[in-house]
Design a protein around this ligand. Structure first.
Ligand code: 5GP
Ligand code: MG
Length: 181
């Protein structure tokens, strides 16, 4: 049997709902960070489309940067050991950092990242996440700006991949358990 085309993945959050929510988050962030020194740090690769849409909807000055992290582990869960593959490229000291994540799952990656940014002397650090999967949380992570709370599905699309596929989908879909990919 051949692999299904990526557009066949069932929809969890439509493109219209994503765009509406991104506009709401951007309006709140624009109000909260007026007259601040906003540095948006996106977590590659999964947050790249969310970050691109979010910053284009802001009405205040913003600097953009990126980090890339990987967490080791067997299976699909983070092991707790986080490895930094790419660090921010501009000064964090004194900046009001907004970390932009695709999904908060166990919380391991994000907790590590918050500490990492803190050590570099950020004036403030907050988290903006597109999706929250509270069912699998292992550490408390305060999400200041949240797109959607979702059930424990394996999701793809809008920047989020499965084996590097599906990132280009304009909506968030899910891989039904037991389906051939
Ligand atoms: P954690 O919070 O467990 O440390 O890791 C969160 C990261 O695991 C997310 O940023 C994302 O990269 C990955 N992840 C968690 N849930 C999913 C999912 O449903 N689909 C995909 N593609 N990645 C996920
Ligand atoms: Mg991620």
């Amino acid at each position: 049997m051949s692999a299904p085309a990526s557009q066949e993945v069932p929809c969890l959050i439509s493109a219209a709902d994503l765009q509406r929510r991104v506009a709401e988050l951007a309006a709140r962030i624009s109000a909260d960070y007026r007259d601040r020194n906003l540095l948006v740090v996106g977590v590659l690769k999964g947050a790249f489309i969310f970050q691109a849409d979010l910053v284009r909807a802001l009405t205040i000055p913003v600097r953009c940067d990126f980090v890339k992290v990987s967490s080791y582990g067997l299976g699909t869960e983070s092991s707790g050991t986080v490895r930094l593959q790419l660090d921010v490229s501009q000064p964090v000291a004194g900046a009001d950092v907004l970390i932009v994540e695709d999904i908060i799952d166990t919380g391991t990656t994000t907790s590590w990242l918050i500490e990492h940014i803190k050590r570099q002397g950020a004036a403030s650090i907050k988290l903006c996440a597109l999706l929250d999967k509270p069912a699998r949380r292992r550490t408390t992570v305060p999400i200041a700006y949240l797109g959607f709370t979702i059930p424990d599905h394996f999701v793809v699309g809008y920047g989020i991949d499965y084996g590097e596929r599906y990132r280009q989908l304009p909506y968030v879909g899910f891989i039904p358990p037991g389906e051939p990919q």
